[in-house]
Design a protein around this ligand. Structure first.
Ligand code: G6P
Length: 487
């Protein structure tokens, strides 16, 4: 069985789609995927005018298992028109694990050296060709086979840099965009990749008519890479780049955001209410909260070290403050992630052993699970939201908090998170590796007068309300020459 033909659709392409396809006990199980990318594109994708391609690894014990996947997608993904593209496990692992996660994610979050992006050897060269490039090629071929007269292509993120150029070969007149959700590297960082790879990445992106980024800094980095790494002509004023075939490619900034109505509805639901009650039973005078994927780029370790310094320097706060850390499991088969988790847990144990006795409870409480409603219940009443990523495309948790907070807390955010730009007049900003500054910012937040906390939160909330997920999407569709069309 092959997926049926789609005609006149807007085609979204991303590694992870709106549904996760999980191979469990010999059958495909469909789950609703989470994350910013999915929630921002879902309103468009819920309409009948859209088809969404995503990548799925065939199960290692049942390679070639495809028919069941297509049938499952057709039968069970009622909300969206999803086309999962099955890939042999070795192709998928090389594309997603070896290149997207171990090379591009690390490089684009400036995680260089041991534990991050280190070197390119023959194994990586092979992963690039049989995995990364191959996966992009297969996606383009699948679109060619199954789509007739598509209206537009919306290509998402670092997994699919080469794709716009590949699609253009088959569909030269179809408008297309590429959006990068994570930070874009400046020319000297991109130059750490082999020359043919950077060329495939940049020329691949320039296959689109519109290339989008989260922040002005990312846009500038991309323009710099086009100019210095591949010698393209860049118009700094118009923010355009001339592609190899002479087309002018527009480079835009579209900060990712949240859907306030959706969040407020979720906040009113029974699962948040249950969690709210559980937390009320163990309320302390102050709570510091963080919610992020367990990922070295999120910099949880420094956050805990800063909290330890807070307890060391302020014995008067013992027994009055608790740090609730919601760590979402991520890329758990990757050694770097497993090692990072072990390091974090050692640090948490050390802090809880040292300060538990004088606090009367464990000062750090960890929730290692992906439970959005539970996290919202803790976020809405926190005194400090800590977002101290080493580098972050945007960080939607900060915007979620600003939307649902029922108590005036303070955002402590690293300057290197995309959201810092929009929160600069409302948050306390810190340098992500500076433990002392992070500790001082948390103390300042805890001691900030009520009126100041309220006015900071009000400012950030109105900023978020004035640029939501639908602005993010509509602005891109408009710049691509399409009117937002939902049905
Ligand atoms: C973060 C990034 C997204 C990215 C995703 C991949 O959420 O902001 O841009 O697509 O991670 O995560 P995954 O679990 O699919 O590797």
């Amino acid at each position: 069985m092959t997926p049926s033909i789609r005609q006149d659709k807007i085609v979204i392409l991303s590694n992870r789609g709106p549904n996760d396809f999980v191979w469990r006990n010999g059958a495909w199980v469909v789950e609703r995927a989470s994350g910013g990318l999915v929630s921002m594109l879902a309103p468009l994708a819920q309409g009948s005018g859209t088809t969404w391609f995503c990548c799925v690894s065939e199960p290692p014990d049942a390679a070639g298992e495809r028919d069941g996947l297509f049938t499952t997608a057709a039968d069970q993904c009622a909300e969206f028109d999803v086309v999962p593209l099955p890939m042999p496990p070795d192709v998928y692992q090389a594309y997603y694990g070896r290149i997207s996660n171990e090379v591009l994610w690390m490089l684009q979050h400036h995680m260089l050296g041991p534990g991050g992006y280190e070197l390119i050897d023959h194994v990586r060269y092979r992963a690039w060709s049989i995995g990364y490039f191959e996966a992009n090629r297969r996606l383009a071929a699948a679109v060619k086979e199954t789509c007739v007269a598509p209206r537009a292509f919306l290509v998402q993120d670092y997994h699919l840099y080469p794709l716009p150029a590949l699609l253009r070969r088959y569909f030269p007149g179809v408008p297309s965009l590429h959006f990068t959700h994570i930070p874009f590297p400046e020319p000297n960082v991109l130059r750490l990749l082999p020359r043919p790879w950077r060329e495939a990445i940049l020329h691949g992106m320039l296959g689109a008519d519109l290339v989008g980024f989260q922040t002005e800094e990312d846009r500038q980095a991309f323009l710099g890479c086009c100019k210095y790494a591949i010698g393209r002509e860049v118009d700094e004023r118009a923010k355009t780049v001339r592609a190899l075939d002479g087309r002018t490619v527009k480079v835009g900034v579209y900060p990712a955001s949240v859907d306030p109505d959706d969040l407020l509805a979720l906040q009113k639901g029974p699962r948040v209410a249950e969690a709210r009650e559980r937390f009320a039973d163990s309320r302390t005078e102050f709570s510091i909260v963080r919610v992020d994927r367990l990922d070295p780029s999120k910099n949880q370790l420094v956050g805990f070290k800063a909290f330890a310094r807070l307890l060391e320097t302020r014995p008067d706060l013992h027994g009055r403050v608790r740090f609730r850390a919601f760590l979402v499991p991520s890329r758990t088969d990757h050694t770097v992630y497993r090692d990072y988790k072990a390091t974090i847990y050692r640090e948490i144990d050390r802090i809880n052993d040292a300060f538990g006795p004088t606090s009367g409870f464990l000062p750090i409480e960890v929730f290692y699970t992906n439970d959005r409603e539970q996290a919202l219940a803790a976020l809405e009443r926190c005194d400090v939201l800590l977002v101290n990523s080493k580098e972050d495309g945007m960080n939607l948790v900060a915007k979620e908090w600003a939307t649902i907070a029922t108590h005036p807390g303070v955002l402590v955010v690293s300057e290197t998170a995309g959201v810092a730009e929009e929160a600069q007049d409302s948050a306390l900003t810190v340098s992500p590796l500076d433990v002392e500054e992070t500790m001082q910012a948390m103390v300042r937040a805890l001691e900030m007068p009520l009126a100041e906390r309220e006015s900071r939160l009000r400012r950030f909330r109105s900023r978020v309300q004035s640029w939501t997920a639908s602005h993010w999407l509509d602005a891109q569709l408009a710049d691509l020459g399409l009117k937002a069309k939902k049905g």
